[in-house]
Design a protein around this ligand. Structure first.
Ligand code: FAD
Ligand code: FES
Ligand code: FES
Length: 490
């Protein structure tokens, strides 16, 4: 069936949205269309967490799975068949949620603007864990910024909830009713056209990948939206105003993550198959055992609110030279599956980018899958992300070093650097220098000098050209001291 409205639940209440509201950020819809002003907006770009809500959507098991997201960069059209819990849905003036009470008791409500966001993150923490320590709390609050007072009181409030047997908010709502309605409507295509304040917009939510491919062949100019963590920022900042949008993040056919083990025990140990709409939280969990070096980079990829929405396909197709996934994909020689109604083709990531935001992807194609060969048994993989802040910051420069080894010598290498040019740069001169040699200090220092001759960074808001050149050179020294000499380097 085709529908021309969005159906979702807000704090357990059924909502039907059509017309221009479909194109609003959820935070605007809550505040201006429903006068639910508990959700605050500070940055409008996913950075501060003031707008945090809990979002439930049907997972591959067809059950509602709940996670925190930033509502300023979640558009209403992404919420079809979802359950949103806003700060109004966790307690009331006469019956505060324990997280709200803890914030009051420990003086955690400081400026007030960011308090609802902190509270929602804490509620989610109590939903997911019965006991937790300071590290768990700080990890949870990475996506909630305080610019006024500091985190001590908020952390104390959070710790007071550990082991407090807090009653689940989510289970308070009728999961059975929502789930069965969503399951019944899952096979619908949703198609909406509306005149917004500035233009006419069209939206399509396909029921299946086949429908998505058909739509893209008929509407090659349509903007694909997955997590909207890049598109949302562009839209809110007035740098994008797409007239035709196709949402794909709900397509479970494109979300599976599988580890395929090799049986022969020789060459590569296997491969990781990741659907393009798999979000970073799920990829991070899957990589913890199969590709731990990448999982560590994902620990410092944005923050939980963003990782829960943002997808691997969006990170690649956005085409930023500082995208954190790209260096490792280059170094492990990942391949991309691009699909259209005519079939699918494979492109090596090393051949995919042709220039700044220019890709080997046709207008009727969708990136559907990413295949990552896992590191060979005898190999070293090291990934670096350099940024001004450790958490929730975009990279200044990135580096991936992958060396296959035999009898202490490098037999094959792939080294890729980001933030040093318009696209990720394979450092082939440096690779040639290392191939066939045993790793020692002078070789790695020479590798750093060679690498610097292969890159052409620019100065921008994040760093000067000189800083980037120096940092890439230094990373080779860091690699030597940490990985080969096994010395701790700050
Ligand atoms: C606060 C904040 C912090 C961030 N931190 C980081 C960080 O630390 N590291 C980092 O690398 N990035 C970071 N990002 C950027 C962003 O989160 C990632 O690039 C993310 O992976 C994008 O995925 P998405 O699903 O949200 O993409 P979307 O915004 O939905 O789409 C991005 C682009 O890709 C296209 N696209 C999406 N999916 C497909 C597909 N399957 N096929 C074809 N085209 C497609 C879209 O048309 C669009 O042009 C951050 C963003 C924010 C807002
Ligand atoms: S308002 Fe800052 S993350 Fe949404
Ligand atoms: S509590 Fe709002 S900025 Fe610090």
């Amino acid at each position: 069936m085709d529908r021309s409205e969005i159906i979702f639940y807000l704090n357990g209440q059924r909502q039907v949205v059509s017309g221009p509201d479909v194109f609003l950020p959820l935070s605007s819809y809550l505040r201006y269309s429903l006068s639910l002003t508990g959700t605050k907006v500070v940055c409008s770009e996913g950075d501060c967490g003031a707008c945090t809500v809990i979002l439930g959507w049907l997972d591959s098991e067809r059950a509602l799975s709940y996670r925190i997201v930033d509502s300023c960069i979640q558009f209403m059209y992404q919420l079809d068949l979802c359950h949103v819990i806003s700060v109004e849905g966790i307690g009331s003036e006469t019956s505060l949620h324990p997280a709200q009470k803890a914030m009051v008791d420990h003086f955690g409500s400081q400026c007030g603007f960011c308090t609802p966001g902190f509270v929602m993150a804490l509620v989610d923490l109590t939903e997911k864990k019965a006991s937790y320590n300071t590290t768990d709390v700080k990890d949870k609050l990475t996506g909630n910024l305080c610019r006024c007072t500091g985190y001590d009181a908020i952390v104390k409030a959070a710790l007071s909830l550990s082991d407090a047997k807090v009653k689940s908010v989510i289970q308070n709502y009728d999961q059975k009713q929502m789930t069965s309605e969503f399951q019944a409507l899952q096979g619908d295509n949703v198609s909406i056209q509306a005149k917004t304040q500035f233009s006419t917009k069209a939206f399509f939510k396909p029921a299946s990948l086949a429908q998505a491919l058909r739509f893209k062949s008929e509407h090659p100019g349509a903007r694909i939206v997955a997590g909207a963590t890049d598109v949302g920022v562009q839209t809110n900042k007035g740098r994008a105003n797409d007239s035709e949008i196709m949402f794909i993040a709900h397509l479970h056919e494109m979300a599976a993550i599988q580890i395929q083990e090799a049986s022969d025990g020789t060459g590569p140990v296997g491969q990781l198959q990741i659907g393009a709409v798999a979000n970073w939280s799920d990829v991070r969990s899957a990589c913890r055992t199969s590709l731990p070096e990448f999982a560590e980079i994902l620990d410092i990829f944005a923050a939980e609110q963003i990782r829960n929405a943002a997808t691997i396909g969006g990170n690649i197709a956005n085409g930023s030279p500082i995208a954190d996934s790209l260096p490792v994909l280059y170094a492990l020689n990942a391949s991309l599956t691009l699909s259209s109604v005519g079939g699918s083709r494979q492109v090596l990531i090393n051949d995919f980018f042709r220039g700044y935001k220019q890709m080997d992807m046709k207008p009727d194609e969708i990136l559907t899958n990413v295949t990552i060969p896992l590191p060979a048994r005898e190999s070293i993989l090291k990934l670096y992300k350099v940024s001004r802040r450790k958490d929730l910051d975009i990279s200044t420069a990135t580096l991936a070093i992958y060396l296959e080894m035999e009898s202490g010598k490098v037999t094959n290498s792939r080294i890729a650097a980001g933030g040093v040019g318009p696209v990720i740069k394979r450092l082939q001169g440096t690779e040639t220098l290392l191939n066939g040699k045993a790793l020692n200090e002078s070789l790695l220092l020479e590798a750093g000098q060679t690498a610097v001759r292969e890159i052409a960074p620019i100065s921008d808001v994040r760093a000067s050209k000189e800083y980037r050149l120096q940092v890439i050179q230094n990373l080779f020294a860091k690699f030597y001291f940490e990985e080969i000499a096994k010395v701790e380097v700050a």
